[in-house]
Design a protein around this ligand. Structure first.
Ligand SMILES: *Cc1c(COP(=O)(O)O)cnc(C)c1O
Length: 393
C-alpha cells in the first residue's frame, strides 16, 4: 500500500519556539499532563475584547477553572459566569468580587439561589416560571436575563434543547418578572459550542429584537443581549477568525438595532482557553489485531475518562502530533482504560509515523478547555488529568 511521509502542520497550531518550551517543560513532568500557557489566554482575551466595540466578557468558568486562569482574567478585567455554588465558592476564595459574577445556570436549587444572593451576586439567568419564582423569593430585586432556546445546529458541541425557552414564553416571563419585583435586564442565548456557522447568531439576534420590541410595548426596556459562547478554538476542522465572527455579529446587531445597540455581553469559555493548552501524553501500546488488518490500534495514556470526553461521537477533533519521522499509517486511537467506550477516533483516521514506538510522547493540541474538569474520578484507578501552567520565559 502506498504511504505518504508523515507530516503535521505544527505552525497552524503554535509557533515552533513556543512549542519547544512546552516540550522542555514536559520532560520534568509525569504523563499525561495538561500544560497551559497563560500568555495565550491573555492574547485570546485581548483579541476578543478588541474585536468588539463595547463588550462585557463573562468567562464561562466551567471551561477551565484553574486558579492561575481565574487570576489572570480577573487582572484583565473579565467578569465570570458560574453554574453552581461550588464554582461560586471557588471564585470567592480566589478573591473575585461577587459583583463581577453571574449565575448563568437555568437549573438551580432555591437554597443555591439564596446562597448566591447572600454572597452578593446580583445577576441571574432564567428560562422558566418555577425558576423565576425561586429567584424572586430567594434573591429579591435581582437583575434577571432570559435564555432563548436555540437549535445548536452547525455546532461541533451543541447545547440545544436542554436550555432556554421559546420567545413567547420569554415574553410572558419578562412580564412576570416585573410583577415579582425583579429587574429584567436582557436576553441571552447560546448557539452551541464550537459553532462554525456564524449565521446562527443572526437568527438568535433577530429573535432578541422581537422580544425587545414586544417588551417595550409593555413599557419594559430591556438593556442587554448576552451572545453566549460558541466562539471557536483551533481544532482540525477549520473556522473563521474571532475578528470575522465579531464583524459579522456586530453587523447583525446593527441590522436589528441600528445606532442604539443594547449592552453586549459574551460568555466565552472554549475560545479563551482551548488554544492555550497541550496535553502531553504517551503511546502505551501499538497493536495489529490480525495480519490483514489495515489499521493499527494505538493506545494512549489519555482517553475519554481522563480528559478527552469531547471525542464522544468524534465531535471535537483535537490536533495530535507524533514526533518521529516516517511514513504515515492511518490508525485508530484509544485510551488506557478497560472500557470499550474509551476509543477516541475510529471513523476519522489520524495519521501516525510508522516508526512510532510504545513509550513515545504524543502532543494533543487545543486541549485547554473542557478536558481536566471532564475527567472521571479514578476510573480503573487512573487519576483525573493533572494540569499545570507553563513557566514564564
Ligand atoms: C458552557 C457555556 C458557555 C461557554 O461556551 P463556549 O462555547 O465554551 O464558549 C457560555 N455560556 C453558558 C451559559 C454556558 O453554559
Amino acid at each position: 500500500m502506498y504511504k505518504e511521509p508523515y507530516s503535521f502542520n505544527l505552525k497552524r497550531y503554535m509557533e515552533p519556539e513556543r512549542f519547544e518550551r512546552f516540550k522542555e517543560y514536559a520532560q520534568t513532568l509525569d504523563s499525561p499532563v495538561l500544560i497551559i500557557d497563560l500568555d495565550i489566554v491573555e492574547a485570546k482575551y485581548n483579541e476578543l475584547k478588541d474585536s468588539f466595540a463595547n463588550l462585557q466578557i463573562y468567562y464561562a468558568v466551567k471551561a477551565n477553572p484553574m486558579n492561575e486562569i481565574i487570576h489572570l482574567l480577573d487582572r484583565l478585567g473579565a467578569n465570570f459566569d458560574v453554574a453552581s455554588s461550588y464554582e461560586l465558592r471557588h471564585l470567592l476564595n480566589l478573591g473575585i468580587s461577587p459583583e463581577r459574577i453571574s449565575y448563568g445556570n437555568t437549573i438551580k436549587k432555591a437554597k443555591d439561589i439564596r446562597f448566591f444572593y447572600e454572597q452578593g451576586v446580583q445577576i441571574f439567568v432564567t428560562d422558566s416560571e418555577n425558576d423565576l419564582k425561586k429567584i424572586a423569593e430567594n434573591a429579591p430585586g435581582s437583575k434577571v436575563y432570559f435564555r432563548l432556546l436555540t437549535e445548536g445546529s452547525g455546532a461541533d458541541w451543541p447545547l440545544s434543547r436542554k436550555f432556554g425557552a421559546h420567545p413567547d414564553m420569554i415574553y410572558s416571563l419578562i412580564l412576570q418578572a416585573v410583577e415579582l419585583g425583579l429587574e429584567p435586564w436582557g436576553v441571552s442565548f447560546h448557539v452551541g459550542s464550537q459553532q462554525r456557522d456564524i449565521g446562527q447568531w443572526d437568527d438568535a439576534i433577530a429573535r432578541c429584537k422581537y422580544i425587545f420590541d414586544a417588551a417595550l410595548e409593555e413599557g419594559i426596556e430591556l438593556k442587554m443581549i448576552n451572545l453566549g459562547g460558541g466562539y471557536p478554538a483551533n481544532y482540525v476542522d477549520p473556522t473563521f477568525s474571532f475578528q470575522e465572527y465579531s464583524t459579522e455579529i456586530q453587523r447583525f446587531i446593527f441590522e436589528d438595532f441600528g445606532d442604539h445597540p443594547p449592552q453586549l455581553v459574551m460568555e466565552p469559555g472554549r475560545s479563551l482557553v482551548a488554544d492555550a493548552g497541550i496535553i502531553v501524553a504517551e503511546v502505551v501500546n501499538i497493536a495489529t489485531k490480525a495480519k490483514n488488518n489495515l489499521y493499527k490500534w494505538v493506545y494512549l495514556d489519555v482517553g475519554k475518562f481522563n480528559g478527552l470526553i469531547e471525542t464522544i461521537d468524534e465531535s471535537i477533533k483535537f490536533p495530535i502530533y507524533f514526533e518521529r519521522e516516517g511514513l504515515a499509517d492511518e490508525v485508530i486511537l484509544a485510551g488506557p482504560t478497560c472500557d470499550s467506550m474509551d476509543i477516541m477516533y475510529e471513523n476519522y483516521k489520524y495519521k501516525m509515523p510508522d516508526t512510532t514506538q510504545p513509550g513515545d510522547k504524543v502532543y494533543i493540541f487545543t486541549t485547554g478547555a473542557y478536558t481536566q474538569t471532564y475527567s472521571s474520578v479514578n476510573f480503573n484507578g487512573f487519576p483525573p488529568l493533572k494540569a499545570v501552567v507553563l513557566p514564564k520565559k
